[in-house]
Design a binder for this molecule. Structure first.
Ligand SMILES: Cc1cc2nc3c(=O)[nH]c(=O)nc-3n(C[C@H](O)[C@H](O)[C@H](O)COP(=O)(O)OP(=O)(O)OC[C@H]3O[C@@H](n4cnc5c(N)ncnc54)[C@H](O)[C@@H]3O)c2cc1C
Ligand SMILES: NC(=O)c1ccc[n+]([C@@H]2O[C@H](COP(=O)([O-])OP(=O)(O)OC[C@H]3O[C@@H](n4cnc5c(N)ncnc54)[C@H](OP(=O)(O)O)[C@@H]3O)[C@@H](O)[C@H]2O)c1
Length: 447
C-alpha cells in the first residue's frame, strides 16, 4: 500500500468535477501517486469552456473570448500554442484543456457522465459519496472543484412588474448569441464582463441597446502599450496602493473617465472591484449604438423604467447579475455559501473539516487556472503529509485578517467575497507551502 510521509497509508481522495480546476488537481494527485476517483457530470473535461456542455452548466456563448491573455491563463508546465491569438475563443480553450489531459495521461483517471449527488461527512470523519448512479463509496478526503459560475443569480428581489412584463427576460447564463436581439429593443443590466460582452453583441443587431447599471466600473481595455493589459508588471513586493495608482493612471490615460461616455462614475478606485475588461464597449457607446442608463426601477408592461424616471420600450431584458456559489451535494447545515460568503484558509482549507478542500473557488484579478494548479499541488502535499497547516488559532486569525482586508478593499457586493490578486496569491501560497513544509519536517523529528 502506498504510504505518506510518516509511513501512514495514503488517504484515498474523491474529486468533484473535471473542469479546468478539477483536471489540475487530478494531475497533482496523480503525480504524487495519491489514490483517487474524479467524478465529472459531463462527458468531457473543460466545464464552462464547453459551449453547449451537456451538463447544462456552461455559461459560454457562441462568441465568447477569454478576457485574460493566453500566457496568463495557461498552466505553468503546459503553454498554450503560440498559434492561438492573445485572447483565444472558447473553442481554443476547450481544445487546450483536452490537450492537457491527453498530454499528461489524465483522461482515463476521470469517471465521466457520473455526478456526485451527495457528500456526507460521517461520524468517523470519512466522506460517504453518493453518485447519481445510486452507488455509494467512502473516501478519506474530498476535493471540491464544481465551479462557481453556473448557478445564475437573478435580481433579488425581482424588479416590480417583472411577473407581468410582456417582453422576454433571461439571465446571461442562458444567452447563446445575438440572433435573439435582431431588430428588438434590448436592456442589458450589469457592469461585469457578461454585461459588456452581451451589450456589445446586441449593439450590432438590435434596434436599440440600453446598458443599465446600479454602480459604475472602471473599464479596462484588453491592450495597453501594444501588450495584453494583464501582462503589465505586477510585482507582489510593491505595495498594492502604489501598483493601484500606477495602473489607474495608465488606464485613465487610455480611456478617460467612464462619465465621459455617459456611464456612472465609479464609487471606488481602480482595483477595488472585480475587473471589467472590454476593448469594445466604450467604442460602441461612442458610436451611439449603446445607451447607458442607471439601474432598472420597474418593468411596466412593455416598458422598462429606470431609477432616474426615464422609460424605454423593451422586448428583451438580459440580467447579467452574476452567479451564486452553490454546493448541491452538501447538506446545507454542513457547508453552504449564503450571499456567496464562505470562509476558508487561503480559499482552500475548511477551518473545521480537515479533510475537505476547495479548488478554483476564488475570483482572481487574472485567470483561475494557474491558481487552481498551485492549489492542487498544495493539497497534494497536505495529503502526503509533506505540508502541515498552521496551528488552529493562527489559521483562524489568518482567515479573519483576509476577510477584513477584502471588506476594506472591495466595494460591498455579493461578487466580491472570494477575490484575490493573481500574483500576490501565488506568491503568498508558495511562502505558505514552504512554511508548512518546515512544520511537517518539525513534526517528523523525534521529540
Ligand atoms: C462567461 C464566462 C467567461 C469567463 N471567462 C473567464 C476568463 O476569460 N478567464 C478566467 O480565468 N475565467 C473566466 N471565467 C471564470 C470561470 O469560472 C473559469 O474560467 C473556469 O471555468 C473555472 O473552472 P472550474 O473547473 O473551477 O469550474 P467549471 O468550469 O464550472 O467546471 C466545473 C466542472 O465540475 C463539474 N461538476 C459540477 N458539479 C458536479 C457534480 N456534482 N458531480 C460531478 N461533476 C460536477 C461540471 O460538470 C464541470 O465540468 C469565466 C466565466 C464565465 C461565466
Ligand atoms: N469574456 C470573458 O472572459 C467573460 C465574459 C463574461 C463573464 N466573465 C467572467 O464571469 C464571471 C461572472 O461575470 P458576470 O459579469 O456574469 O457577473 P458579475 O461579475 O458578478 O457582475 C454582476 C453585475 O451585475 C450587477 N448586479 C447584480 N445584482 C444586481 C441587481 N439586483 N440590480 C442591478 N445590478 C445588479 C453587479 O453590480 P454590483 O457590482 O453593484 O454588485 C455587477 O455589475 C466573472 O469572473 C467574469 O470575469 C468573463
Amino acid at each position: 500500500m502506498p504510504t505518506a510521509n510518516g509511513s501512514r497509508p495514503l488517504p484515498r481522495a474523491c474529486v468533484i468535477g473535471a473542469g479546468s480546476s478539477g483536471i489540475a488537481v487530478v494531475k497533482a494527485l496523480h503525480e504524487r501517486s495519491i489514490p483517487f476517483d474524479c467524478f465529472e457530470a459531463s462527458d468531457e473535461v473543460g466545464g464552462n469552456w464547453v459551449f453547449g456542455n451537456r451538463n447544462g452548466m456552461s455559461a459560454a456563448y457562441r462568441d465568447l473570448f477569454i478576457n485574460v491573455s493566453r500566457e496568463r491563463m495557461a498552466y505553468s508546465d503546459f503553454p498554450m500554442p503560440t498559434s492561438y491569438p492573445d485572447f483565444p475563443h472558447h473553442t481554443h480553450i476547450r481544445e487546450y484543456f483536452n490537450d492537457y489531459v491527453d498530454h499528461f495521461g489524465l483522461r482515463e483517471l476521470i469517471t465521466f457522465e457520473t455526478a456526485v449527488a451527495r457528500a456526507d461527512h460521517r461520524q468517523d470523519g470519512t466522506w460517504e459519496i453518493t453518485l447519481d448512479t445510486g452507488e455509494t463509496r467512502v473516501y478519506d478526503a474530498l476535493l471540491v472543484a464544481n465551479g462557481h459560475h453556473w448557478d445564475p443569480r437573478w435580481p433579488e428581489p425581482a424588479f416590480p412588474g417583472a411577473d407581468t412584463f410582456s417582453g422576454e427576460q433571461l439571465h446571461a447564463h442562458s444567452y447563446v448569441d445575438n440572433s435573439l436581439f435582431a431588430d428588438r429593443n434590448v436592456v442589458i443590466l450589469g457592469m461585469g464582463n457578461s454585461a459588456m460582452d452581451i451589450a456589445v453583441e446586441s449593439s450590432y443587431v438590435a434596434a436599440h441597446t440600453y446598458l443599465a447599471a446600479r454602480q459604475g466600473a472602471w473599464i479596462i481595455p484588453k491592450y495597453v502599450f501594444g501588450k495584453p493589459v494583464d501582462q503589465l508588471p505586477q510585482n507582489p513586493r510593491i505595495p498594492f496602493k502604489i501598483r493601484q495608482r500606477m495602473i489607474h493612471q495608465v488606464i485613465r490615460s487610455y480611456t478617460g473617465d467612464p462619465e465621459r461616455y455617459g456611464l456612472p462614475k465609479p464609487n471606488h478606485k481602480f482595483g477595488e472591484a472585480h475587473p471589467t475588461v472590454s476593448g469594445r464597449i466604450l467604442d460602441r457607446i461612442a458610436h451611439g449604438t449603446i445607451t447607458p442608463k442607471p439601474n432598472i426601477a420597474a418593468l411596466e408592461g412593455s416598458r422598462v423604467r429606470f431609477v432616474d424616471g426615464s422609460t424605454v420600450e423593451a422586448d428583451v431584458v438580459v440580467y447579467c447579475t452574476g452567479y451564486k456559489i452553490t454546493f448541491p451535494f452538501f447538506e446545507e447545515s454542513l457547508i453552504s455559501a449564503p450571499d456567496n460568503h464562505i470562509e476558508l484558509f487561503r480559499r482552500v482549507f475548511h477551518p473545521d473539516i480537515p479533510n475537505l478542500y476547495f479548488i478554483g473557488l476564488l475570483q482572481p484579478l487574472g485567470a483561475i487556472m494557474p491558481l487552481a494548479e498551485a492549489q492542487g499541488e498544495w493539497v497534494g502535499d497536505h495529503l502526503l503529509g509533506d505540508y502541515v497547516l498552521p496551528p488552529q488559532a493562527e489559521l483562524r486569525a489568518d482567515i479573519a485578517a483576509d476577510q477584513a482586508a477584502m471588506r476594506a478593499r472591495y466595494v460591498a457586493s455579493k461578487r466580491h467575497t472570494i477575490q484575490v490578486d493573481f500574483d500576490d496569491y501565488l506568491y503568498a501560497l508558495a511562502a505558505e507551502r514552504r512554511a508548512g513544509a518546515e512544520r511537517a519536517r518539525a513534526h517528523l523529528l523525534p521529540a
